[in-house]
Design a protein around this ligand. Structure first.
Ligand code: BTN
Length: 329
């Protein structure tokens, strides 16, 4: 880490309190002049830092800039995190890095995506200032069929983290969407590369996009009836994105470490919002009406089609049929 980043770490760890120049220079083993120069660089980057003689430097508690340092102070696992202002898609970039050998536990976080991707080839709305977009690179030694657990455990991690930072209740729409009050607040896209001979995963990239606040002027027309955000307004969300990301990662890697026991599955089932509802099962171009019956320990969904046949499904997409609106969720 360079001096600027080390100082940011110290200031983030003592956010709202003064840290003396002498203390910083001792902790980082650099001159007070070097500290002063690095503080000026941080100020140029937009950090609101008060400098008071005999007291030192203080990062304003309202300074809400997402950074490795603002997230790491809440993290309990050792991960290789990078925060970038803008990227095409965190998942696309991380898959490229995975192919070049990037290690397990690499996390790429962006404030904006210019080509955010959802499931089934859909675009994922990813503007700056209203959401957080991140992808996690994993190298699990598991059969390809078990990759569903990466998505479902991520959904539980997101639901929990949302409830940690807000007063909203989060539910899960099988298989990969997190909902608040019947609207989507988060989408998860898991992509994997597997070894064709062993049928085991080479790597997986779990991409997570969470709406933090609705954009000024609201969500775009195509999603305005189906999208929501964790917070009602910008003021409520101050400093919360860093906590939210860290909590998602903390829960997710807790579950990951306990992969064999699948300790999160009961919670996944409990949080499901589709059981007993009329749904539409989307398989490629085919759409079939059905009733959602139950989710089992393998996170498969049992459905009954209108012709009476029942089936366990473990992939694909479902939408909930609304009684009062023509917009399916
Ligand atoms: C979906 O709702 O269909 C899944 C959306 C997944 C979006 C996230 S945002 C971070 C990562 N990068 C992407 O391009 N997609 C995922």
């Amino acid at each position: 880490m360079n001096i600027r980043d080390e100082i940011l770490k110290e200031l983030e760890n003592h956010k709202g309190d003064y840290v003396s120049g002498g203390q910083l220079s001792k902790t980082l083993s650099v001159s007070r002049n070097a500290i002063w120069k690095a503080i000026n660089r941080l100020k140029k980057d937009g950090y609101d830092i008060a400098a008071v003689p005999n007291r030192g430097y203080c990062l304003s508690p309202d300074n809400d800039i997402l950074s490795v340092q603002s997230i790491s102070k809440y993290l309990k696992h050792s991960l290789d995190i990078e925060v970038v202002p803008v990227v095409s898609s965190t998942s696309t970039v991380l898959k490229e890095r995975a192919a070049q050998g990037a290690p397990h536990g690499t996390v790429l976080i962006a404030k904006e995506q210019t080509a955010g991707r959802g499931r089934m080839g859909k675009q994922f709305f990813s503007p700056v200032g209203t959401g957080i977009y991140f992808s996690i690179l994993l190298r699990p030694d598991i059969p390809a069929a078990e990759s569903l657990f990466l998505t479902t455990s991520a959904a539980v991690a997101v639901a929990r983290a949302i409830e940690d930072v807000s007063s909203r209740k989060a539910g899960i729409k099988w298989v990969n969407d997190v909902y608040i009050e019947n609207k989507k607040v988060c989408g998860i896209l898991t992509e994997a590369s597997f070894n064709i001979e062993t049928n085991r995963l080479d790597y997986a990239v779990v991409g997570i996009g969470i709406n933090i606040c609705a954009p000024e002027g609201g969500f775009p027309k195509e999603i305005e009836n189906i999208a929501t955000a964790v917070f009602e307004n910008q003021a409520e969300s101050v400093n919360q994105s860093s906590v939210l990301i860290a909590h998602v990662l903390n829960y997710f890697f807790d579950y990951y470490k306990d992969f064999q026991n699948q300790s999160y599955v009961d919670e996944y089932i409990r949080r499901s919002i589709i059981i007993g509802k009329d749904i539409c099962v989307i398989d490629g171009t085919q759409k079939t009406d059905a009733l959602a019956l139950k989710i089992d320990k393998n996170c498969r969904l049992k459905v009954r089609f209108d012709n009476g046949t029942e089936k366990w499904i473990h992939s694909g997409e479902v939408s909930i049929k609304l009684q009062t609106s023509e917009n399916p969720m």
